[in-house]
Design a protein around this ligand. Structure first.
Ligand code: IPE
Ligand code: IPE
Ligand code: MG
Length: 240
């Protein structure tokens, strides 16, 4: 019988996930509990991002992807959306020097063409400057939607003259970041237990870790707890 197409991503000694993906949820509730405007929750969320990126690097994670803004998040009030865009500008700009120092590479996944033009430029520059770095790979999912990614891939395949029917490997080439291995572990904070359109194709065999912690309260200990749990999981990929 033909071997299945799914290739588990490479893992290092023990069972450390190679790619950890995080749905950073709960910023709004964090702010609300403190009687603060939602945007303050997003600011606190950026501090959690900084802690988590550092911890992931120290723990030897190769790829960390963060769901920062979904294709559905445009439905939020204009003031929140523009506040988030301001934060993205600030964060990406201020991050590049540090990433260079830490030998990390930053990449973005999503419909980047629909972002404000100056953010597109900041993204392009950040990706270009850190392109050849071989430390932690940080993937920011910005204006990302899994269904859209799949549709974009189908349309790209069709317009580039690909021969149909496609198989999984020829389809994968058209995803946003085809060389990034599928997430081994997906973490979602804030007690919600759904994917919300994150890594739909890529999560076929991901392990999940849910925590009640709101994203701004997430830190290295929580990441470590998730990794420990992951280490006890048995991944079968449909076999026995
Ligand atoms: C996640 O926190 C951040 C983004 C979606 C940008 P939320 O803003 O969704 O926080 P809650 O879910 O309303 O608490
Ligand atoms: C998912 O969170 C998107 C991000 C974390 C960027 P949401 O808060 O948008 O998800 P739903 O609406 O609760 O499913
Ligand atoms: Mg939310």
């Amino acid at each position: 019988m033909k071997e299945p197409e799914i290739k588990p991503s490479e893992t290092s000694a023990g069972k450390l996930p190679s790619h950890v993906a995080i749905i950073m949820d709960g910023n709004g509730r964090w702010a609300k509990r403190r009687g603060l405007p939602r945007i303050m929750g997003h600011h606190a969320g950026v501090r959690a991002v900084e802690r988590t990126v550092r911890a992931a690097r120290d723990m030897g994670i190769k790829t960390l992807s963060l769901y920062a803004f979904s294709s559905e998040n445009w439905k939020r009030p204009e003031s929140e959306v523009s506040g988030l865009m301001r934060l993205f500008r600030m964060y990406i700009r201020s991050r590049v020097e540090l990433l260079l120092k830490e030998k990390a590479r930053i990449r973005f996944a999503g419909r980047l063409d629909d972002l404000p033009v100056d953010i597109r430029e900041i993204i392009r520059e950040a990706e270009e400057k850190t392109e050849s770095q071989e430390g932690l790979q940080l993937v920011i999912c910005l204006n990302y939607g899994g269904r859209r990614e799949i549709l974009d891939a189908v349309n790209k395949a069709s317009s580039s003259g690909e021969i149909f029917p496609l198989d999984e490997n020829s389809f994968r080439k058209y995803l946003y970041l085809p060389d990034v291995p599928d997430p081994d572990l997906i973490i979602r904070t804030s007690g919600e237990m759904r994917l919300s359109n994150f890594w739909l194709w890529e999560s076929a065999y991901s392990e999940f870790f849910f925590t009640e912690k709101l994203w701004p309260d997430f830190g290295p200990d929580d990441l470590e707890a998730a990794l420990k749990t992951y280490g006890r999981r048995e991944r079968r990929y449909g076999s026995v």
